[in-house]
Design a protein around this ligand. Structure first.
Ligand code: SF4
Length: 386
């Protein structure tokens, strides 16, 4: 059985950031306790319906998982250990807001077995953090990284956002410099997207804030690629860089299109050939997990909202799109053939040949992968491959 990755969605935040369209809620702290109970019930159902399932990564995301107490995180991890088998070297990641990371909290979370901490830095520029309505400043990020190091974390991820209204190349360079001085093992960079329903999109639509500049964002991406590469961080995915051997194994599971059950409100999952999502509302999630006595086939639970059986054509398309995001690894042709019974080049001979001849795809006997030039046109390549 292929080792799986477990995603847990913690849908609570203290403040809604201006750009955020994630499934997360503020002012629902009174639901955290019943939510943890419901989540443990869902972990139990998923684990018991697939008793031999081995997990090699766990990702506690959100939302803001660092709003949970140490005791609540301990209860959740104990439940996972009770209902799943974990590999000895399982990667256990947790997302966090720098404002929550006191030395005591970080040390205790590390002692529970969390061995990879993702800290939402987003920017080193105070005006940009204010525009985002982040509840931390740069000093809080610096203190959080220091606390994490002292607390025993040797695998830290820092996130930054680029393409921000009013952001200059000089501001971006400064954010990257500050980030590199913090010496993270892993970096994720996100181009700012204006999502419907967010404050930031409303401000842009109403002319209160200028639109992000796509050309400038492309220059920022190039600058980041140079600076991170020079600092010894290897790009292994379109938006992710890591020191050698410290690529995020959980996210690699997504990009290799391998199974990842998802639990918690609004979680997405893919397991047993089914792609699915859970109920968005924490209220309804808790009710479903507390009241339902029905039994469900793995990976479904009482919290499952949408579920689609992925047919072979879609599985191939998803494997291609996600695999091509892996800039170094690409798609291994032997693994692909073992999985689908056909060589990738026989499935899409014309498209692959066309992009190869334009220098946008690299092809040899082992792999098909996107080139540096192809990264800028990746969406067009993905479209043609499906
Ligand atoms: S902390 Fe993260 S999940 Fe919460 S509102 Fe901000 S961006 Fe969204």
């Amino acid at each position: 059985m292929i080792p799986a990755s477990l995603y847990l969605h913690i849908p609570f935040c203290r403040i809604k950031c201006s750009y955020c369209a994630f499934n997360t809620y503020i002012n629902l702290d009174n639901l955290i306790e019943p939510f943890v109970k419901a989540l443990i019930r869902e972990i139990q159902i998923v684990g018991e319906s697939q008793p031999e399932q081995l997990l090699h990564t766990i990702y506690i995301g959100g939302g803001t998982p660092s709003l949970l107490s140490v005791e609540q995180i301990s209860q959740i991890l104990s439940a996972i250990n009770r209902y799943f088998r974990l590999t000895a070297d399982a990667e256990i990641s947790m997302e966090s807001n720098p404002a929550d990371l006191t030395p005591e909290y970080v040390k205790l979370v590390r002692s529970l077995g969390v061995n990879r901490l993702s800290i939402g830095m987003q920017s080193a520029n105070e005006a940009e953090l204010e525009l985002f309505a982040r509840r931390h400043d740069l000093q809080a990020v610096i203190r959080a990284v220091d606390a994490a190091r002292r607390g025993g974390f040797d695998n830290l991820n820092l996130d930054l956002i680029y393409g921000i209204p009013n952001q200059t190349l000089a501001n971006w360079e400064k954010s990257l410099e500050v980030l590199l001085n913090l010496e993270p093992e892993h970096v994720s960079l996100y181009a700012l997207g204006l999502e419907d329903g967010t404050s930031l999109k409303n401000w842009v639509d109403n002319g209160k804030v200028p639109s992000p500049d796509d050309d400038l964002a492309a220059d920022m991406y190039d600058m980041a690629t140079d600076m991170l590469g020079s600092a010894g961080l290897d790009q292994y995915e379109i938006s992710n860089w890591a020191k050698a051997g410290l690529e995020c194994r959980h996210n690699l599971q997504y990009w290799r299109n391998l199974p990842y059950p998802g639990v918690g409100p609004g979680a997405h999952g893919y397991a047993n050939g089914v792609r699915y999502s859970t109920i968005l509302s924490p209220h309804r999630y808790i009710k479903a997990m507390t009241e339902s006595k029905q039994t469900f086939d793995f990976p479904r639970t009482p919290a499952t909202d949408q579920a689609t059986v992925v047919d072979r054509d879609n599985e191939i398309a998803e494997t291609l799109i996600m695999g091509l995001r892996l800039t170094q690894e690409g798609i291994d042709r032997v693994t692909f053939k073992r999985r689908f019974g056909e060589d990738l080049l026989d499935i899409h001979p014309d498209v692959i040949q066309r992009y190869r001849s334009h220098g946008l795809l690299y092809v040899d006997d082992q792999v098909v992968k996107i080139t540096q030039q192809g990264r800028l046109l990746s969406n067009m390549i993905f479209r043609d491959l499906v």
